[in-house]
Design a protein around this ligand. Sequence first.
Ligand code: HEM
Length: 394
Amino acid sequence: MTAIEDWGSPASQFWLRGERPGEPVQHDESFGFWNVYGYPEAMRVLTDPATYSSDTTRIFPEGERFAEGNLVRMDPPEHDKLRKLVSHAFTPKVVAGLEPRIAELTGELLDAVDGTDRLELVADLAYPLPVIVIAELLGVPSSDRDLFKEWVDGMFTRDARMSLSDPTPEQRRELDEALAQVGHLTDYLGEHVAERRAHPRDDLLSKLVEAEVDGAKLTHDEVVNFANVLLIAGHITTTMLLGNTVLCLDAHPEQQARVRADRSALPGAIEESLRFLSPFAAIGRVTDTEVELGGQRIPAEQPLLVWVAAANRDPRRFPNPDVFDPTRDPNPQLGFGRGIHFCLGAPLARLEGKVALNSLLDRFPELATDPSDPPEFQPNPNMTGVRKLPLRTR
Ligand code: HEM
């Protein structure tokens, strides 16, 4: 057992790169961003899409190629139409129907490491499980998951902060490399989408190809970019959620014992893990007009980073915010965002979390980190999570 704050320098990336926000809203002069740290301020931004646009391509034109059909980057009314169309694929009822398959996959993945006294949680379970589930839903071969991993890792290895006004040549090169990785995934999905247009099957890609919004079908690029978002959003965050929850339970053995003894406490532990270590730490927005937020006057067309990881520790909203307390009730954590862009995959992520963690607790009498083989953390500060988590299991 090791306290989360004790994992050496990478722990500074657990949330907010180890910094504590001084003010609820702060301007970062060197990068040209407005950081929103406070809970009420984050809520104001996330629930007012008319003032705080998700279309960041208006100031980052580099991403434009991948924007069409990218639900996360769309504003109303286009956002609402596409969201309505795809939301029936992710209703709690549809997702609940996936439980037997999620349990089966978890069993197969854990069978492969049975009989050993060690587990590398990310490689053995937390990465393959969500990526196989989302690939099967979309209808792309889950056996290509090593390719997805290579491309998606390539998108997020760099430090996402880049000076808007004056990027260095190195930052430009890193951004170009990241965009090239998105391009590989887009080309790959493009081939599958074209194939489904000719030969529809019973999968989500075919449904997207055939779906109509206001009597019009989605364009090729819209289908591809939306599938792209699902494939990326559908696994890396859930991988982090699984790793983070295990880390929290390792650092708080009394909570691990409680959850082991009473599994009805597990959903509360997952919610608290999303608050305590929010996988998707920062959400991007752009001001549409001049606004006043957290005592600051922000001009129009300014980029904001809404740090849900920090808002989730705002003492004005959460008593004892630095205490991991799975019994917190209510727990209005912002780990899945809020408002019209609230995570479409939240029911799926929660279900995968519940099934995977229950199986881990069932199979292994111990789940403990090993100080001689410490976890490795995501290098990208906008993400809170491990990319390697060696565990002792007995
Ligand atoms: C949106 C986090 C899992 C698909 C979001 C947003 C957050 C988030 C913070 C809001 C983004 C914004 O407001 O700009 C997470 C976390 C997850 C997770 C922490 C796991 C623990 C998933 C899964 C899927 C998914 C499994 C798909 C199967 C999406 C989509 C959106 C979204 C499509 C965009 C919704 C919209 O713009 O209307 N997610 N997500 N996410 N998420 Fe997730």
